[in-house]
Structures are given as structure tokens and as C-alpha cells.
Design a protein around this ligand. Structure first.
Ligand SMILES: Nc1ncnc2c1ncn2[C@@H]1O[C@H](COP(=O)(O)OP(=O)(O)OP(=O)(O)O)[C@@H](O)[C@H]1O
Ligand SMILES: [Mg+2]
Length: 281
């Protein structure tokens, strides 16, 4: 059965009547990765927010979202609360907005894991530290004492991914999860996404500008332009024989841009790069 089905998703800004999303339809199969690509402002983040009902009140969302074949009811915060977390986790594009500035990273990781996995604080802390280690944060015990403003964007992004991965959700929505990272850290993070999918069966909705990363992770691709889907289908097909002019342009230009990343991913024997997380703070 299709895990997540989105039908005719539209968003209109009620303040000026402008349409931001124009009837998107797509689905995510279990244990697979669907990538959404498209230029800045094409509506990738809005698509994720709309399907998770995280849009501002001046935005009117229409369409249907089905999880395990059952429609997610609209305007039902309690139901949505139950879905966010273990069923669908989201890694936000801007890591800073994901954390509360008033609490330490450690406290927020503990809270999230305790709530979603129903575990003790002690177990949550141990699990959080382990997840941070896997994300290349080797001095996690030190990092958990910090407040968000004391950490770099890249470090926050890795903490956020660590939490989402520890939850092992049915669906992970990752909105440009590697933008604040350099190519070497990107490689580690992409490997963690692959591992997550392989070991837990988590399905991933992956948003990225980087077609090198997308080619590595995704089985299906949805290409967006100005709030509409211009191409949707099998990733290999889209990379080899894009049908749409805009997709062809994206593939040609973006693949060139993602060369440094691909070189690193393709290297057979990558020297062990000891990324000390302290350098990123
Ligand atoms: N809260 C909002 N209220 C009204 N319009 C918005 C809001 N957030 C985004 N938009 C508009 O919706 C459109 C799509 O924005 P969105 O953030 O989804 O783009 P994106 O594809 O994620 O871009 P990027 O690659 O830069 O992250 C843009 O025109 C943007 O100005
Ligand atoms: Mg975005």
C-alpha cells in the first residue's frame, strides 16, 4: 500500500489571492526515497509545510493527504500532533528555527526522544549522544550543554538530523538537510540517510538543490517550477532522458555544480577525515 499519497495539493495566499502551489499530486512508497527538486522559490518547502499542516493562517491549503490509505483530517491539531514525530518527522531547512533558544540542545533532544519513544530521560540522553556520534559529532557530551546560538548552522543541522534519525520515523521529510554542511560532512550525512533507509525502512521525502545527492538517494523525482510539477517519475529515467525543457536545464546545470560532492562520494577509498565537531562550533 502507498505510504503517503498527496492529491491535488494547492496553496493560495489569501492576502493577495496569489497561488503558491498548483495542485500537486505525488506518492511515496514504503522504504523508498522521493526527491523534490526545483529552483529557489518553486514551492518545495511550502509543499512539505502544507502536507504537515504547518502553514501560516493566511495561507489556504486545499487537497488531500493520505497516510497508510487514510486521509489526514484538516484542522485537527490533535490528530496532526500524533502524526508528527514517530509517523512523520521533518528536518527543517533552517535548523535555527527548529530549536528553542531558551533551552540547551541536550534538553531539547531528551524531550523529543522521551515524547516520541516513551523512554526515560537517561535512556533518551544516551540515545541522543549515540545518534550525534553517528552524525560526526564526537564531542556530543559537550555539545548537549550548549544553547542553539552557541552552535554553528552546520552543527545545528547535524543535531536536528540526529534527533530525527533516532526517532526512526515511518516517513522522514528532509528539507535541504545538508545545505549548511561542507562536501565532506555532506557525504557522511547522505550515508546516514542511506543507512537509515536500509536498516529501518524509513521512507524519505528529500528536498535538495543538489542533483548529485538526489541521484544517489532517490528512486523517484518530482521537479517543481513556479509551484507546479513539471516532471515526475523514475529517477534514472529523469536523469538520463529528461522530458521537460526545464528538467533538462536543471540536470545539465546542477550536475555540473554538484561535481565536488560527487567526487567525494565516488572516491573508492576515502581517507578518514577526522572532523572534529568542535571546529564547527
Ligand atoms: N509564509 C509564507 N507566506 C506567503 N508566501 C510564502 C510563504 N512562505 C513562502 N512563500 C512563497 O511561496 C513560494 C515558494 O516558497 P518556498 O519556500 O516553498 O520555496 P523553495 O522551493 O523551498 O525555495 P528554496 O529553494 O529557496 O528553499 C515563494 O514565492 C515564497 O515567496
Ligand atoms: Mg525551501
Amino acid at each position: 500500500m502507498t505510504l503517503l499519497k498527496v492529491e491535488n495539493l494547492s496553496v493560495t495566499d489569501l492576502r493577495n489571492g496569489e497561488r503558491i502551489l498548483h495542485g500537486l499530486t505525488f506518492s511515496l512508497e514504503p522504504n523508498s526515497c522521493l526527491a523534490i527538486v526545483g529552483e529557489s522559490g518553486s514551492g518545495k518547502s511550502m509543499t512539505c509545510k502544507a502536507l504537515l499542516q504547518l502553514t501560516n493562517p493566511w495561507l489556504e491549503v486545499k487537497g488531500s493527504v493520505y497516510l497508510h490509505g487514510k486521509e489526514i483530517p484538516k484542522n485537527n491539531p490533535n490528530e496532526m500532533q500524533k502524526i508528527r514525530g514517530k509517523k512523520i518527522s521533518m528536518i527543517l531547512q533552517d535548523a535555527m528555527t527548529a530549536f528553542d533558544p531558551l533551552y540547551t540542545i541536550g534538553y531539547q533532544i531528551e524531550e523529543t526522544l522521551c515524547t516520541n519513544l516513551k523512554m526515560s530521560k537517561k535512556a533518551a540522553q544516551a540515545m541522543g549522544i549515540e545518534a550525534m556520534n553517528r552524525m560526526g559529532i564526537y564531542d556530543a557530551k559537550n555539545v548537549i550543554k550548549k544553547y542553539p546560538h552557541q552552535l554553528s548552522g552546520g552543527m545545528l543541522q547535524r543535531c536536528m538530523i540526529a534527533i530525527a534519525m533516532a526517532i526512526e520515523p515511518d516517513i522522514m521529510i528532509a528539507d535541504e538537510p545538508t545545505t549548511a554542511l561542507d562536501a565532506i560532512n555532506q557525504r557522511d550525512v547522505v550515508e546516514q540517510f542511506e543507512l537509515l533507509q536500509r536498516t529501518t525502512g524509513t521512507a524519505i521525502l528529500f528536498i535538495s538543490h543538489d542533483l548529485g545527492v538526489v541521484q544517489r538517494l532517490a528512486q523517484k523525482v518530482l521537479v517543481m517550477k513556479e509551484g507546479s510539477c513539471v516532471e515526475y517519475g523514475d529517477a534514472n529515467q529523469i536523469f538520463r532522458r529528461p522530458q521537460n525543457d526545464y528538467t533538462r536545464y536543471l540536470v545539465e546545470t546542477r550536475m555540473a555544480l554538484s561535481q565536488p560532492f560527487r567526487k567525494i562520494m565516488d572516491r573508492e577509498e576515502v581517507e578518514v577525515v577526522n572532523v572534529k565537531s568542535a571546529e564547527c562550533i
